[in-house]
Design a protein around this ligand. Structure first.
Ligand SMILES: Cc1cc2nc3c(=O)[nH]c(=O)nc-3n(C[C@H](O)[C@H](O)[C@H](O)COP(=O)(O)OP(=O)(O)OC[C@H]3O[C@@H](n4cnc5c(N)ncnc54)[C@H](O)[C@@H]3O)c2cc1C
Length: 453
């Protein structure tokens, strides 16, 4: 039987002693959730305001999605940009893209201030496509990015692509035709069903270790204004007109504002004494999806990489099911290897249905991932792969797959930086900075991230 064992949690300090809340507490800003969203929000609040900040987590620091992801740093939405333009218009989508990309600079700011020396591997990323529909969608995205002022990323189509002549002429300047062999080389596969590749720059990081080290810095630098309480479940939030009470079981927290950085809907009830009901709305804002990944070690003889494989999609009305692979240097004790991680399989769970991080890892999912690796990447039929790590994590998806960042319109005492939506590292960091600006009283332009009424 396989257990939930993530390589990122494995690298955390196992001797660190978590502190839980053992008294009633008064603070300025209460943050629920100690994943990358909560830690980034605390970082920017402490740096750019004078507020006292306390974070609460029902479990341990960075043991949520932040400790169970693929660790790719990428400034992207989990939805085609052409759809976002359809929903929000070009100008707002353009602004949101620039906002997301500012996450790279913010990440750098956190690294620099906290003097972090944890591994940050810059990599070239490739997305492999196999049908015309996927290629047109990706070219439309590229066209929007260029119109929004971003440099042109590389896009290649195989000279053997059966749909080469069907690509609309208007896209002709966006892609280069190359040999099929070169396409497969970029995707590191021999599977001839892939005909196009989009390449871009990304990075890999252990986001759990990033949180752990950032917290150590914050605890030292802001010792009088910052505290972290783990194993402290916030059961209820009672919103008043200008403050909030949080029920943590045996103890109560009183704060000016609360920021939910809880990824999704997990186990919290919201009472709005200041007006209209929020709880029901909140629980319809996010849907739970469990993502599964497996990882194994190989010799350190290849460059770090990130590749996504989109097989032909039989039902274009549904989002493409795809597998994603990363390879990056990984330290285990004194030894260095490459760690190959593969994800893709996902399962939806219902609102308020319990998800536990120590659920077993299903054999069927492991078999699907193994079959994928054997088909696309590690194709030696005689090699039996020994999976050192198998893990799963919960992702809160908002209905439109855009992160929620900002004040709850029905009561501004409540703020959100949540909705992990599959790609959440950069959006969480950007969200943290945006929340700090809102709380500092800055007047911000409206955004696609704003919670709506
Ligand atoms: C399999 C998988 C692969 C992924 N791959 C990538 C990737 O490659 N790149 C990328 O950018 N993103 C990826 N993501 C998404 C990314 O990991 C998340 O978006 C990000 O970690 C979310 O951070 P968070 O802080 O919002 O949530 P979390 O890390 O889940 O933190 C939320 C915390 O809130 C706590 N909490 C919730 N409710 C309460 C409560 N009532 N009281 C107290 N505490 C509470 C939880 O215990 C948890 O620790 C992936 C996610 C998964 C699951």
């Amino acid at each position: 039987m396989k257990i939930n064992k993530s390589p990122w949690i494995h690298q955390l300090d196992q001797n660190r002693k978590p502190v839980s809340l053992n008294h009633d507490l008064d603070t300025d800003i209460a943050i629920v959730g100690a994943g990358i969203a909560g830690i980034s929000t605390a970082f920017f609040l402490l740096k750019y305001t004078n507020k006292k900040v306390a974070i609460f987590d029902q479990g341990k620091l960075a043991h949520g999605a932040t400790g169970h992801n693929a660790g790719q740093v990428v400034a992207r939405f989990e939805r085609p940009l052409s759809e976002l333009v359809g929903e929000f218009g070009f100008e707002k989508t353009k602004r949101a893209l620039h906002d997301l990309h500012s996450g790279w600079i913010l990440l750098d700011e956190m690294y620099t201030d906290a003097n972090l020396d944890i591994l940050f591997s810059r990599i070239s990323g490739h997305r492999g496509f196999s049908d015309l529909y996927q290629v047109i969608l990706a070219l439309k995205d590229l066209e929007i990015e260029i119109s929004a002022g971003f440099p042109k990323n590389e896009f290649f189509v195989s000279d053997k692509a059966p749909f080469l002549d069907s690509i609309p002429n208007s896209f002709i300047n966006l892609y280069k035709v190359i040999s099929h062999t070169e396409i497969l080389k970029k995707l590191e596969t021999e599977d001839k069903d892939f005909y196009a590749v989009r390449s871009d720059q990304r990075a890999c990081v252990n986001s759990a270790l990033f949180c752990q080290e950032t917290v150590l810095y914050l605890l030292k630098k802001f010792s009088h204004r910052f505290s972290l309480y783990e194993n402290t479940h916030i059961i209820k939030a009672v919103l008043k007109k200008s403050s909030v009470f949080l029920d943590a079981g045996k103890h109560t927290i009183h704060a000016e504002k609360v920021v939910l950085c809880s990824n999704g809907f997990e186990n919290i009830e919201i009472f709005n004494e200041g007006g209209l009901a929020i709880d029901k709305k909140f629980h319809h804002l996010v849907e739970g999806v469990v993502g599964y990944m497996s990882g194994y070690l190989e010799a350190m003889n290849k460059k770090a990489a990130a590749i996504e494989y989109f097989p032909e999609n039989e039902d274009p009305s549904k989002a493409d099911p795809y597998f994603y692979l990363t390879r990056r240097p990984h330290e285990m004790g004194d030894e260095k290897h490459n760690l190959v991680c593969v994800g893709g399989p996902e399962v939806s769970i219902k609102d308020r249905e319990e998800y536990l991080f120590d659920y077993d890892y299903p054999e069927k999912i492991q078999a699907d991932i193994d079959a994928f690796i054997k088909k696309e990447y590690d194709t030696d039929p005689n090699r039996k792969i020994d999976y050192e790590f198998t893990w799963h994590g919960l992702m809160g998806y908002t209905p439109n797959r855009v992160r929620l960042i900002g004040e709850e319109p029905k009561n501004r005492v409540l703020l959100y930086n949540l909705g992990c939506n599959g790609i959440g590292i950069i959006p969480s960091i950007y969200g943290g900075r945006r929340i700090s600006r809102i709380i500092a009283g800055e007047k911000l332009q409206s955004s696609i991230f704003d919670p709506r009424g």
